[in-house]
Write a new protein. Structure first.
Length: 223
C-alpha cells in the first residue's frame, strides 16, 4: 500500500486499520497469508476487523471428534492454533497482522493483549470477565465470550480473536467449542450490552492499541 506523502512516517510508527465488513472466510484467510508472506521490514502493521457468514473452523491440529453435527454449515481446517469454533454474523473478528519481532512482542504478549482488551471492554460496562491461561479466551461466569487462535510465520502474526456481539449461538451446540464438551458460550447482547457493533469495534481498537503498547502510533483507517 502506498501512503500519501503527508502521512509517511517510519513503519514502526504507523498502524493501518481496515474495517472490512462481511467477508467469506477463506478468501480473507488467504489474504492474511499472502500479506504475511509478502511483508517486509518496511511494511506497516495492520489490524483487520471483519465478520463472516456461518462457518466452522478447525485449528491446524484440531480433532474432528469435536465436530458433532455441523449440518449445512461449512467446515474448514485452517492454519491457526486451537480446536474447533464457529464464526457467523454478529461476531467481530479481530485480526492483528503484526511484525512481532519489530514490536518487541512475544506470542504470549499478543494473546494477553487480545484477552485483556475484552476483559477491559466488559469492565467498561461493569461486567467482570477473566482469561484462562490453560484455555485461551475470555469468560464471563464460566461462559466463553471471546476465542483466540493465532498463527505466527516469519516473526509476524495473523488470525486473531473472535468476539461474540450478537449472534445465533445455536451452532455452538453442534461442536465441542474449543475442544470442551461442557463449555457454554455467550455474547454481549445476552450480557445486556446494547451498543452497536461499530461502537464495540471502536472500543476494541482503542483498548487493543493500548495493550499492544501502540497507542502512540499514527492510525490510518483504510476502507
Amino acid at each position: 500500500m502506498s501512503l500519501p506523502a503527508e502521512i509517511r512516517r517510519p513503519e514502526a510508527d504507523l498502524i493501518v486499520v481496515r474495517p472490512l465488513g462481511r467477508h467469506e472466510y477463506e478468501p480473507l484467510w488467504r489474504r492474511m497469508q499472502q500479506f504475511t508472506e509478502n511483508r517486509s521490514a518496511q511494511t506497516p502493521d495492520e489490524i483487520w476487523f471483519a465478520e463472516h457468514p456461518p462457518i466452522f473452523t478447525l485449528g491446524l491440529n484440531a480433532s474432528r471428534d469435536h465436530l458433532l453435527a455441523p449440518g449445512d454449515i461449512p467446515v474448514m481446517q485452517v492454519d491457526r492454533g486451537g480446536q474447533v469454533t464457529y464464526h457467523g454474523p454478529g461476531q467481530l473478528m479481530i485480526y492483528p497482522l503484526l511484525d512481532l519481532r519489530r514490536a518487541g512482542l512475544g506470542v504470549r504478549d499478543l494473546v494477553t493483549a487480545l484477552e485483556q482488551t475484552v476483559v477491559d471492554l466488559l469492565d467498561e460496562f461493569d461486567i467482570e470477565a477473566v482469561s484462562r491461561r490453560a484455555a485461551p479466551g475470555v469468560y464471563v461466569a464460566a461462559r466463553k465470550i471471546a476465542s483466540v487462535g493465532l498463527r505466527v510465520r516469519r516473526g509476524a502474526s495473523y488470525h486473531g480473536m473472535a468476539l461474540n456481539i450478537d449472534l445465533d449461538l445455536e451452532p455452538f451446540s453442534r461442536i465441542n467449542p474449543c475442544g470442551f464438551s461442557d463449555l457454554e458460550v455467550s455474547d454481549l447482547t445476552a450480557l445486556g450490552i446494547a451498543e452497536s457493533a461499530a461502537d464495540i469495534q471502536a472500543r476494541v481498537q482503542r483498548l487493543l492499541l493500548h495493550h499492544l503498547r501502540m497507542s502512540d502510533r499514527q492510525v490510518i483507517n483504510d476502507y
